[in-house]
Design a protein around this ligand. Structure first.
Ligand code: FAD
Length: 401
């Protein structure tokens, strides 16, 4: 493996870590308990992140569309406040296509992106179409220059605060799976909140589309050809190769999946650091816990698992940058493995902290709840294992056929 961070990436990682620790570290536990961020709070968070260049505007996103940079962001968000990952990661999916939209759409959305007031979401899952996204019930019927969308989406990150959604639909005529960029202001939809175990500050919800009219030029295929023709999609050349060698959404999902693996590493890292500190400070039987061999074994297991998942996550990002055909397999492995590691490590962190590990006075129980979230969104661990199995075995071994 010939992967190494550049000087610029090392400096970025440190400045992002410093900002997250200073701006959010002191308030994260209290704020997380209060539930989903409001739109105003989410915008405030985005504006704070802009200080270190993390933003969805075309200039900032060019750097951040570098998969390794995205991996760094995911890991550092995971370490301090995992709830921020869906806010930024899911918002980026519609944001990258805004510069390829019609002049009218750009006129409305670009200023919002520039000011850090754009909140996006990616809406694919439905009550009856979870892992099986080939079975979408949301339809889009072409009527003149518009698609008319009807249906319902579930478990969508940012649903209740988003102004722009990238929505998976089935073409009512052909049955083809398509994606449409839906602007709430011109194509209104409703959204309600859903409650969950972890990522408490991340708004998650259902979305309802009732004869929602969307301009036909907002279809992903059209946006993608505009982007390729005008060069507005500033992604590394290798990633562009993936974008044209597999379905665009499959290629696009390699980045958030490896990102989820690295966010899981970030959560595990926070739990590990807290455990090392506690093992040094907590005295039992007249000695610090860290003197006991059973505790040292737990720290060993945690450390090895974190390092392995981190290497796998960045290897996946590196393969995406290079446009390597193995990128999809590695991003699936990084997500599944990272999720398992985060669960195991946060479980061990609770054990090391004893009763305090279960107490709401410390962040350890939040790490455990946030870690448990990592195996479901963006493709469950089972789906990641089936993708990997197919990549290992090859043609004729799809678990779905
Ligand atoms: C907090 C949160 C945020 C989310 N954000 C988004 C978002 O922004 N956008 C979006 O579109 N979706 C989002 N999701 C939805 C998420 O992607 C789905 O929950 C996930 O794909 C699984 O779908 P499901 O919950 O319907 O489970 P199901 O598909 O019902 O699966 C249930 C269980 O069965 C297993 N299973 C299913 N099929 C198979 C099979 N063939 N072989 C083996 N096991 C199988 C699954 O792995 C899982 O363990 C989010 C979910 C959560 C919880």
């Amino acid at each position: 493996m010939d992967f190494q961070f550049t000087e610029e990436q090392i400096m970025f990682k440190q400045s992002l870590r410093d900002l997250l620790e200073k701006e959010f570290g002191p308030v994260v536990d209290q704020r997380d308990k209060q539930g989903p961020l409001t739109r105003e709070e989410a915008i405030d968070v985005m504006k704070k992140l802009k200080k270190v260049g993390v933003g969805l505007d075309p200039e900032s996103i060019t750097d951040l569309l570098d998969p390794v940079m995205f991996g760094i962001i995911a890991e550092e968000f995971g370490r301090v406040w995992p709830s921020l990952l869906p806010l930024f990661g899911m918002g980026a999916i519609p944001a990258i296509f805004v510069p390829s939209c019609s002049d009218e759409v750009k006129g409305r959305l670009l200023p919002r992106l520039e000011k850090g007031e754009f909140i996006g979401c990616f809406a694919e899952t439905e009550p009856d179409a979870g892992c099986d996204t080939s079975n979408l019930g949301t339809t889009a019927r072409l009527e003149g220059d518009f698609y008319v969308v009807n249906g319902r989406k579930s478990w969508i990150s940012n649903a209740t605060i988003a102004d722009t959604a990238f929505v998976g639909v089935k073409d009512a005529e052909t049955g083809n799976h398509m994606f449409l960029l839906v602007e709430k202001e011109v194509s209104p939809f409703e959204a309600t909140e859903s409650h969950k175990l972890g990522w408490k500050a991340s708004p998650t919800g259902e979305m309802f589309f009732d004869d929602c009219k969307v301009p036909r030029e907002n279809e992903l295929g059209v946006l993608l050809s505009n982007a390729l023709a005008s060069g507005t999609l500033a992604m590394p050349a290798g990633f562009m190769k993936l974008l044209t060698s597999m379905t665009p959404v499959t290629a696009m999902l390699t980045i958030p999946r490896a990102g989820m693996g690295l966010a899981a590493v970030g959560i595990a890292q926070a739990a590990f650091e807290a455990s090392v500190k506690y093992a040094r400070e907590r005295i039992q039987f007249g000695k610090p816990l860290g003197k006991f061999q059973l505790i040292q074994e737990m720290l060993y297991e945690m450390n090895v698992a974190i390092e392995t998942a981190r290497l796998l996550g960045y290897k996946a990002m590196d393969l995406i940058v290079k446009g390597d055909p193995e990128a999809r397999k590695y991003s699936a492995m990084a997500k599944a493995y990272g999720g398992e590691v985060a669960q195991k490590v946060t479980d061990r962190a609770i054990q090391i902290h004893g009763g305090m590990g279960l107490s709401e006075e410390m962040p350890i129980e939040r790490y455990f709840r946030d870690a448990r979230m990592m195996t479901i969104p963006d493709g469950t661990s089972e789906m990641m294992k089936l993708i990997t199995g197919y990549a290992i075995l090859g043609k004729g071994f799809s678990a779905y056929a």
